[in-house]
Design a binder for this molecule. Sequence first.
Ligand SMILES: [Zn+2]
Length: 119
Amino acid sequence: MKCEKCGATITNESDAYSYGGQTLCEDCYLDIVAAPKTCDPWAVHSAKNLSQDKPLLTPLQEKIMSIIKERGPVTAEDICQTLGITESEFRTNFAPLRHMELARACKVGNKVCYTLFDR
Ligand SMILES: [Zn+2]
C-alpha cells in the first residue's frame, strides 16, 4: 500500500488513513487535517520568508503557541476550551503556525494533538 500524496510505502494497514477517497500515510493525513482547505504553496512560501525575521503572530496565535509550549501535545478541544474559541477559529489561526513551522499536528493514541514543530 502506498500513500497517494507523497508515495511513501505504508507497511502497516493501521497506519493508512483514508481522506477524500485517497489512501494517505499518517504524515500527509495530519498535514491535511491541520491545514486549511485553501492551502496554496505561495502562502507557505511567504509565511516562511516572514518567519526568517521575527514571526508575525496575532495575539491569539501567541496564546495558542504558549499553550502548545506549556502543555503540548494538546488537543484542539483543550486549546479551544482554554481560549474560549471555536474549533474553526482554532484551525484558521493554527494554519499559519504550521506554515511557519512553529507547530504541527501529531497523533497521541487515537487523538490528533498539536505540538511544537521541532518537538
Ligand atoms: Zn504521505
